[in-house]
Design a binder for this molecule. Structure first.
Ligand SMILES: [Zn+2]
Length: 273
């Protein structure tokens, strides 16, 4: 599933092509991939609008159109937004084609969990799933104190807490496992057992790992591609994710693979306490 670094990379690569483009036509191949607003259909709302900018909140893309309309896009497991400079036949799993005054954007999704929802911009953060998201981990306002506050008195494993988008927005299985490894904290620890020093270490690790992921244009472990169809190369830097049973890159001990918060979790029981 695309996480913050992948969604941020889609945002930057797509923005380069589509900012200030007019959406001339909407073709829906699988209509359930989109959602209009009240009694207005997605096609009626979107056709003829101009794309202004693209923002990101957690794992959501916010495609800002003129006349105060926003398209909230979530890739879920396998969603992709691809830009093509020339008209392109839709591929097998393409569900939506936005024809622009120059080029096309195709939304495709093998697993069909991804969605694009049209919503009036002023209601973006109150009338959608964005309203309950936790803080943005790379923004200056996100401090160790805020992280501690978000954990509150929860009786959760640190793994489950970091996957919870209401605690912190944007992290998924890859970057949670990598951050915990870098912070030297076992994913099985309860959030209520972390010391101030450990929370500070974790805060720093989260920011380092997410920024490194963005710098590498994301992780293409399975399906992820940016808007140009290119893979990211962060998987070369992965220390634990996807490496269960292999030796720890720091101490050489075999990495553990356990199931936590319903997700496969990999860690080093010697480096992570
Ligand atoms: Zn180790």
């Amino acid at each position: 599933m695309p996480e913050l670094p992948e969604v941020e990379t889609i945002r930057t690569t797509l923005s380069e092509h589509v900012s200030d483009s007019k959406i001339e036509k909407v073709k829906l191949i699988w209509a359930s991939a989109v959602c209009g607003w009240e009694d207005q259909s997605f096609e009626d709302l979107v056709t003829g609008r101009r794309i202004q900018t693209i923002d990101r909140r957690g794992k959501y893309l916010l495609i800002r159109l003129d006349s105060d309309l926003t398209l909230i896009a979530h890739m879920r497991m396998t969603g992709r937004l691809n830009y093509f400079a020339e008209k392109q036949e839709p591929a097998k799993h393409t569900h939506v084609v936005l024809s622009l005054d120059h080029g096309e954007v195709h939304f495709s999704d093998v697993r069909k969990f991804g969605r694009i929802q049209a919503i009036p911009t002023p209601l973006c953060f109150s009338g959608s799933s964005l309203c309950k998201l936790g803080p943005e981990p790379l923004e200056a306002e996100f401090t160790p104190g805020i992280l501690k506050e978000r954990f509150g008195k929860k009786k959760l494993s640190i793994k489950a807490a970091l996957l919870d988008q209401h605690v912190l927005a944007g992290m998924g299985n890859i970057y949670v496992d990598e951050s915990l490894f870098q912070a030297g904290i076992s994913p099985e620890r309860g959030v209520d057992t972390l010391s101030e020093e450990e929370i500070s270490k974790l805060h720093r690790a989260i920011q380092n790992v997410l920024q490194a992921g963005i710098d590498a244009q994301g992780t293409s472990f399975r399906d992820y591609r940016d808007a140009n169809g290119e893979k990211g190369f962060f998987e070369q830097a992965l220390q634990v994710y996807g490496r269960g049973g292999k030796p720890c890159t720091v101490c050489g001990q075999t990495l553990e693979r356990v199931r936590l918060a319903g997700r496969t979790t990999v860690y080093c029981s010697s480096c992570q306490k």
